[in-house]
Write a protein that binds this ligand. Structure first.
Ligand SMILES: [Zn+2]
Length: 258
């Protein structure tokens, strides 16, 4: 599952490996969200990649491609004559440069547009992103407070409040902040909300560090997929349920998380 840190790690990898390439050929196997003739990308130089929430954006002089990988998407960069690792039927986007080719498999969203329009649309949809240079802690707190009747466990997955938090992060954030996911936002103290928001930033950055180093995030997980294991803080059993109505896997130490 791609959460903000995975998207950011992909952007960093693409910057390194696809650096300076000029688009010689492009194949797109999806037609929704293609707002400009794709031939406009031919001859354009790849400038850089960045992430916004769970989205990865590739920038080319004035144009941009947005990728959202959801559960099963992946991006591979190959030398130009190298064979693809997966069958062609899984390819959603293929960008050929001079020395490298960038291949996107299975991504449910491939969007192509003028860079400014694409970025503005995304910024309007998404809340503040803890991994962006424009991370705005106060804006994140303000956004949460607009959803007073919402459960905190549900609000954290709402990308318009804070961008980039997925299911693993939200479970781990609420454990560290010692808050039960069923609490409504209006029941939280300001100190608790600040702590949750700061933990969003801290843990997103910790996850990113591991991803950049190519390590597994396993050692950072205190509750996720730890059903019936002992809590590392108090020793109580971790419980598991599907939080309603979003139906997402939820892990809680009811002793630590009030
Ligand atoms: Zn505990």
């Amino acid at each position: 599952m791609v959460e903000g840190p995975t998207a950011k790690a992909y952007a960093i990898k693409i910057n390194k490996e696809f650096n300076g390439e000029i688009v010689k050929d492009i194949i797109v196997k999806t037609f929704r969200r293609i707002h400009i003739p794709i031939n406009e990308l031919l001859g354009k130089r790849f400038i850089n990649a960045d992430s916004l929430g769970k989205n990865i954006i590739l920038f080319f002089n004035g144009l941009a491609i947005r990728l959202h990988l959801m559960m099963y998407g992946a991006i591979h960069i190959y030398n130009i004559n190298e064979d693809l690792l997966k069958p062609e039927k899984f390819v959603r986007l293929l960008l050929k440069g001079c020395e490298k080719k960038l291949v996107v498999y299975n991504a449910p969203i491939v969007e192509i547009d003028k860079a400014e329009e694409l970025v503005n649309r995304l910024k309007n949809e998404l809340g503040s992103d803890p991994l962006s240079n424009n991370w705005d802690r106060n804006k994140a707190i303000e956004n949460l407070l607009k959803f007073k009747d919402e459960k905190i466990g549900i609000a954290l997955l709402n990308q318009s409040i804070i961008a980039g938090i997925g299911n693993i992060l939200r479970n781990e954030i609420l454990f560290r902040a010692r808050v039960n996911p069923e609490r409504t936002i209006k029941s939280l103290t300001i100190a608790e909300i600040e702590n949750i928001v700061d933990t969003c930033e801290f843990l997103s950055k910790e996850f990113l560090k591991m991803k950049i180093e190519g390590k597994r995030i396993g050692p950072l997980l205190m509750v996720y997929n730890k059903y019936n294991k002992n809590c590392k803080v108090c020793g109580n059993k971790i419980i598991f349920y599907m939080q309603k109505p979003i139906n997402r896997k939820t892990f809680v130490c009811t002793n630590c998380q009030k």
